[in-house]
Design a protein around this ligand. Structure first.
Ligand SMILES: Cc1cc2nc3c(=O)[nH]c(=O)nc-3n(C[C@H](O)[C@H](O)[C@H](O)COP(=O)(O)O)c2cc1C
Length: 365
């Protein structure tokens, strides 16, 4: 298998294994998609990635990371997203997914260009929730610990968002259980200090994320794609490691998840993340070696040959591209050129392909 080998996920055939990682756009008001999303998703639609996953989208308003984050907590949000998908999807050959999220104690934060800190008192902060009443870091909002009886409500919120995502016409849901947000907060011993049925042991810490995952599975059509982003390592002493990821992956596989994306970090600012090219690939490989589920690698995979090697070597089945895709939304076209693969592009752009353009040698890079 190589990067441009097709793959079938959840009953949907994808033409290649390149997926666009979910990336917050901080361009929403009240969780609604904006003109920015029309432009951005229009660009993504003609990019020919196998799957484009929309940014972390709040299943409830207080679950947004920032006031500018996308949401899908009402039918009005779903209808607005459907209107965009209906227009942009026919322009190319791309499937669209949405990431369902609740930020927990990392909610009520500033967009990056305002500092990424907790909202200040004059910036309309909102109360946050978490498994335990522990702030993300000094100076962050102190969350309210969720009552045991509220966890079923959380699962219902995610399930309702999943049903809305289906109505909006998404091909895939990606459950956000990583990056220090609420489901990860339950799973990690760094943020979950409960001693009831929802904490105390690794199995109990996974209970809330699994109940949410099951509720989403039940609400989402079987013939569409269902995946999750999970943590391969907290990079903090006493935090989650590959072993936890393998156990969680096996449980998600048993529930009926189609793929898992192995990411890491985000639970505590004291983390020591060993970044570098492909720095999370070994986490994907660890899960792939131990659990029979489709696995996606992500993180500083920039060069198409690197991405191809990840698949060729059997380290992962899929590769997600994040920042390099913002830099070059035609990443897939250029990867095809670099790897000597023929791909179709939308007809109005065909004359821009190097083989039809005598000036191609002058192209940047
Ligand atoms: C602007 C930006 C926004 C991001 N938003 C999200 C998000 O909404 N959900 C998520 O799971 N990860 C998010 N991430 C992380 C990316 O999906 C990806 O995992 C990370 O950037 C590493 O991949 P890369 O090196 O290819 O960028 C974001 C990253 C960036 C740069």
């Amino acid at each position: 298998m190589s990067l441009f080998s097709p793959i079938r996920l959840g009953g949907i055939d994808l033409p290649n294994r390149v997926q666009v990682a979910p990336m917050c756009q901080y361009s929403s008001t009240d969780g609604m998609p904006s003109g920015w999303h029309w432009g951005h998703l229009g660009t993504m639609a003609v990019s020919q990635a196998g799957l484009v996953v929309l940014e972390a989208s709040g299943v409830v308003p207080e679950g947004r990371i920032t006031p500018a984050c996308l949401g899908i907590w009402s039918d009005v949000h779903a209808d607005a997203l459907k209107a965009i998908l209906d227009q942009v999807r026919p322009q190319g050959d791309v499937r669209f997914g949405i990431q369902l999220a609740h930020a927990g104690r990392k909610a009520s934060a500033q967009p990056p260009w305002e500092g990424s800190g907790p909202l200040k008192p004059d910036q309309s902060p909102w109360p946050t929730v978490a498994p335990s009443a522990l702030p993300h870091a000094d100076g962050w909002h102190v969350p309210r610990a969720l009552e045991a009886g509220e966890i079923a409500g959380l699962a219902r919120d995610f399930a309702a968002a999943a049903a809305r995502s289906a109505a909006a016409g998404f091909d895939a849901i990606e459950l956000h259980a990583a990056h220090g947000y609420l489901l990860h907060q339950f799973q990690s011993p760094i943020s979950n200090r409960r001693d009831d049925a929802w904490g105390g042991t690794a199995v109990k810490r996974r209970r809330a994320p699994l109940e949410v995952a099951e509720a989403v599975r039940a609400a989402w059509p079987k013939d569409r794609i269902l995946g999750a982003r999970i943590t391969g390592h907290d990079w903090v002493d006493g935090g989650l490691t590959e072993e936890d990821a393998i156990a969680f992956a096996a449980e998600l596989k048993a529930i009926g998840y189609d793929y898992l994306c192995l990411t890491s970090g985000g639970i505590h600012p004291g983390q020591k993340v060993p970044t570098g090219p492909g720095y999370q690939v070994h986490l994907a490989r660890a899960v792939k070696r131990n659990v029979d589920i489709t696995v996606r690698a992500v993180g500083m995979i920039v060069d198409p040959r690197h991405a191809d090697a990840v698949v060729l070597d059997g380290d992962a089945d899929l590769v997600a591209i994040g920042r390099p895709y913002l830099d070059d939304p035609r990443w897939v076209w250029h990867a095809a050129d670099a790897l000597g693969v023929e791909i179709a592009v939308p007809r109005p752009f065909e004359r821009g392909r190097p083989k039809l353009w005598p000036g191609a040698a002058l192209r940047r890079g």
